[in-house]
Write a new protein. Structure first.
Lengths: 483, 418
């Protein structure tokens, strides 16, 4: 195996994946090293999926610069990579005169930040746009350029496209050592794999300070900020069209009501500074806070409509802003502290990293055969929902597996599951995030056994070795009679 | 898309669909199509390999697969067509006729025209998300029914140190099954003050295996990173709030959830059928017809039953009424509303026909002692029965010989006096 690369990217979340994809345009040998079993399995998979307009960010920050630039790039990215993206708009709503004052401040900031189309709306107009909002609201700040994406779908699309343009991915490999060897930087993983690169990009999210420390860079710390989110039943999916924000607090953008590109509405996230990097537990107090706030904005939201919950840890860094740039170790570049609006900023971060690498002496030569496009797997859900049976029939005539319904809550067929397995997703969570199976209201009650069968058939992995999210999380431990 | 014409399409070949098919055929309806997404008929009965089925229906004790086989045999003998590995994705109305769209693994997309549709899709289990148990999200948390399928059909064990949340019958049955397969079942945790399942299952599945049952307790936190390692169990105050000061931990590698069933009505909603907020099944009239004309419902898709025998009985009745509808509604008399009175959570159906017998299904809102369950019209009592104890977990079925011809409504209710 050739272990020599031009660039080693540590971390396969949206930041690492964006950088990998951007750099795959050039004649470079690139490797991405990820400690989890699949791409996007860290903070990115728990992202809210909002492409922010930019009125939350402080003028003059790196965050704002990259957020604004990133936002503008999503139309093209979505066209090229075939992930769903919709410019739905954001509304920040006010319930009191004090909150109206704050709303005004944010409006001024929106003007200063050049947020196109940002406008203050009165009560009537706000309710016209979003009839399910609490009629007690007094007004809102509307930013139509905000959008929503499927965060893991975006991440998978970036990485698949990067891989098809030659980027190597090492999953389930945790970086244990980083050291200099001549002109190169060397990495050793917990699986004993050694990789060498002229540059290392540190996009290790919640662990980026630890990775930096391994390289001898100790000038920042990650302060994990936990966020709990709750996904509601598809039945109440139509409650809001836009992302609904309260007037924000110091720590976060507040507890939101978020439409998703897949249909269901999500509520959250909480913002709690914690010491642990492994605390992914939801709490009763988190649930209570999320629903209390969500119901204030959209009274029809009910906790009885929860179909699942999850937690993400934002990799907030000391200093508050993104930490992007070269370090005291030559060739070791940080893309760290990328918390909100990191998803929005990710494509712009990738370009910034590219430019930094050039400044550091990297030679860029465009690939002649770079293909920016990725063909997304055809899905039957929109066809079933829109009763487009003609297209569905065409799909089936091309691939009979489209007539085998595996997940009936979300209308996902065997063809879609097979495609997910063949593009490298072999855990149940991997299938869930890439094909949406098990994300519906039954949460896998019916389809899990069929998905296990398909993974087994496609990969040869014994059923009892198939896991939820990697080793130690096997779904079924024992063949009957084993003890 | 292939076009086919039938008198009726029955969606789901579990106990409800099978029984409805038999009575439709008996009533002279020739073109009946039973559709099921699985590879064999019988529905959930196929994984219920324990006995205790059929005591009412067949006056003998059968296993689930045996019970299913009785009906599958009847369906086969009657020459009713069963289309397996096929999932209905849409029901559309065109005038009085119906069109059923399905994905068939063998035949691709099928469009079937028919006069009536019977919903017999059964129910699904509530899962962890539905009850929002706090904590981490590791592997090893399964619904009891999924575990039952893996153990009984596929031959895999989900773990060896098990805690079960919820004392519904599936949870109790799985406590015994897991024990018999060599796992250690540490406890069954029930949030209510009384068990959710049948008493015979408490005795045979828990007491006989020395498995402790914690009533008025719940799981207040799930722990474990990759796989579940323990649960925190707390007593509850005010019926649902965990008192974490009095909590204790149970180590386990598996948590099975038996926390309730929900009628599977996604298809019904798409077809524009109105659902009842309590049963979460369609609102039906005296003929078990839903709010969409020509679409009927029976079995667990209509309301969750405790025992399969009642599913069969209800579905047979449904089949007869569907047949009558297809033949042109002969002999239908005036319908009056059924009201659900004090201390009852629901009564089904929502309407009955006067001058005809009627069977009412109902549940109480809470466990009650020394009460009378009664049914009356605006004038007369039609039914009265004393109960020393009555539980919401046990569905009451009341057979009325005849609904009085002049009645304006009937009401079911609980009373303490005579």
């Amino acid at each position: 195996m050739n272990n020599k690369f031009d660039i080693l990217i540590i971390g396969a979340g949206v930041v690492g994946a964006s950088i990998a994809r951007e750099l795959s345009r050039y004649q470079l040998d690139i490797a991405v090293i990820e400690k989890e079993e699949d791409v996007s399995f860290g903070t990115s998979k728990a992202n809210s999926g909002i492409i922010h307009a930019g009125f939350h960010s402080q003028p003059g920050t790196l965050k704002l610069k990259l957020e604004s630039a990133g936002n503008r790039m999503f139309d093209q990215l979505s066209r090229e990579l075939g992930f769903p993206f919709e410019r739905r708009g954001e509304l920040m709503v006010a319930f009191s005169d004090d909150e109206l004052q704050i709303l005004h401040k944010y409006y001024q900031r929106a003007v200063q930040n050049n947020i196109s189309g940002a406008e203050l709306l009165g009560r009537e107009r706000t309710l016209e746009l979003e009839p399910n909002l609490n009629p007690d609201i007094l007004g809102s700040l509307h930013a139509p350029t905000a959008g929503i994406v499927g965060p893991y779908e975006y991440c998978f699309a970036l990485m698949e496209n990067a891989a098809s343009n030659g980027v190597k991915i090492f999953l389930d490999n945790k970086v244990m050592k980083i050291f200099r060897k001549g002109a190169s930087l060397e990495i050793v993983t917990d699986k004993g794999i050694s990789l060498s690169g002229k540059f290392i990009v540190n996009s290790a999210g919640i662990y980026s300070d630890e990775i930096a420390k391994l390289a001898g860079v100790g000038d920042f710390k990650i302060l994990p900020r936990k966020g709990e989110e709750y996904l509601l039943d598809r039945r109440v999916g139509g409650l809001v069209r836009r992302v609904i924000f309260p007037v924000p607090s110091e720590k976060s953008k507040g507890l939101l009501v978020i439409p998703t590109v897949d249909g269901p509405v999500m509520v959250g996230p909480t913002a709690e500074d914690i010491d642990s990097r492994t605390d992914f537990s939801t709490t009763r107090s988190g649930l209570d806070a999320v629903f209390k706030n969500a119901q204030k904005m959209v009274p029809a939201i009910r906790a009885t409509d929860i179909i699942t919950s999850f937690v993400g840890l934002r990799p907030a860094a000391t200093g508050g802003d993104f930490i992007i740039g070269k370090t005291s170790v030559k060739g070791f570049i940080n893309a760290a502290g990328i918390q909100s609006p990191g998803l929005t900023a990710s494509p712009a971060i990738a370009e910034m990293i590219r430019d930094i690498l050039v400044d550091e002496g990297l030679q860029l030569k465009k690939k002649d055969d770079f293909c920016p496009e990725r063909t997304a797997v055809s899905k039957i859900r929109p066809l079933v929902e829109n009763r487009d049976y003609k297209t569905l029939e065409t799909l089936i005539s091309k691939d009979k597996n489209y007539s085998k319904l595996v997940c009936r809550c979300e209308n996902i067929t065997e063809a879609e599951i097979i495609a997910a397995v063949r593009s490298g997703h072999t855990t149940l969570d991997g299938i869930k995030f890439s094909a949406r199976a098990c994300t519906g209201r039954c949460q896998g009650g019916f389809c899990t056994s069929r998905i296990l069968d398909i993974i087994h058939r496609e990969t040869g992995i014994p059923i009892e070795k198939i896991s939820k999210k990697g080793k130690g999380s096997e779904i079924l431990f024992y063949k009957k009679g084993a003890f | 898309m292939k076009n086919n014409i039938y008198d009726t399409v029955i969606i789901g070949a579990g106990p409800a669909g099978l029984a409805a098919a038999v009575s439709l055929k008996k009533s002279g309806i020739e073109k009946v199509l039973l559709v099921d997404r699985e590879s064999s008929a019988g529905g959930i009965l196929n994984q219920c390999i324990h006995n205790g089925f059929g005591l009412h229906r067949f006056k003998e004790e059968l296993t689930g697969p045996e019970y299913a086989e009785r009906y599958v045999d009847l369906v086969r003998q009657a020459g009713i067509q069963i289309l397996l590995d096929s999932c209905v994705i849409d029901i559309m109305s065109s005038g009085k006729g119906k069109e059923v769209i399905m994905l068939s693994e063998e035949q691709g997309l099928l469009r079937i025209s028919c006069k009536a549709v019977v919903l017999a899709m059964g129910c699904r289990e509530k899962n962890r998300g539905n009850i929002a148990i706090p904590g981490s999200r590791p592997a090893g948390i399964l619904t009891a029914g999924f575990a039952q399928k893996m153990v009984n059909i596929h031959g895999y064990m989900p773990g060896k140190e098990v805690v079960i949340l919820g004392s519904g019958d599936i949870g109790l049955i799985m406590a015994r099954r897991m024990s018999l397969e060599g796992a250690k079942v540490k406890a069954v945790i029930e949030i209510q003050t009384h068990p959710g399942g049948l008493n015979r299952n408490i005795v045979q599945c828990l007491q006989d295996f020395d498995i402790p049952l914690y009533l008025s307790h719940t799981i207040s936190e799930i722990k474990g990173d990759r796989r579940i390692t323990s649960v925190e169990v707390s007593p509850v105050v005010d019926r649902s709030v965990p008192d974490r000061n009095k909590s204790f931990h149970l180590d386990c590698d598996t948590l099975l959830l038996s926390v309730g069933l929900i009628p599977e009505n996604e298809l019904s909603l798409k077809a524009g059928i109105q659902l009842d907020n309590v049963t979460r099944g369609p609102i039906v009239d005296a003929n078990l017809m839903t709010s969409v004309e020509g679409v009927f419902a029976c079995g667990n898709v209509l309301h969750v039953h405790d025992i399969v025998d009642w599913v069969s009985e209800e579905s047979e009745f449904c089949g007869y009424r569907v047949a009558r509808y297809i033949k042109g509604d002969n002999g239908k008399s005036r319908e009056i509303p059924v009201r659900t009175g004090k201390m009852l959570s629901y009564t089904l159906p929502s309407r009955v026909e006067v001058g005809k017998p009627a069977t009412l299904s109902l549940r109480t809102m809470a466990p009650l002692e020394n009460v009378i369950l009664a049914v009356r019209t605006e004038k007369d009592f039609l039914y009265k029965k004393k109960f020393r104890k009555i539980f919401p977990s046990i569905m009451q079925r009341i057979a009325l010989k005849e609904v009085p011809a002049d009645a304006q409504y009937i009401e079911t209710f609980i009373t303490t006096g005579d």
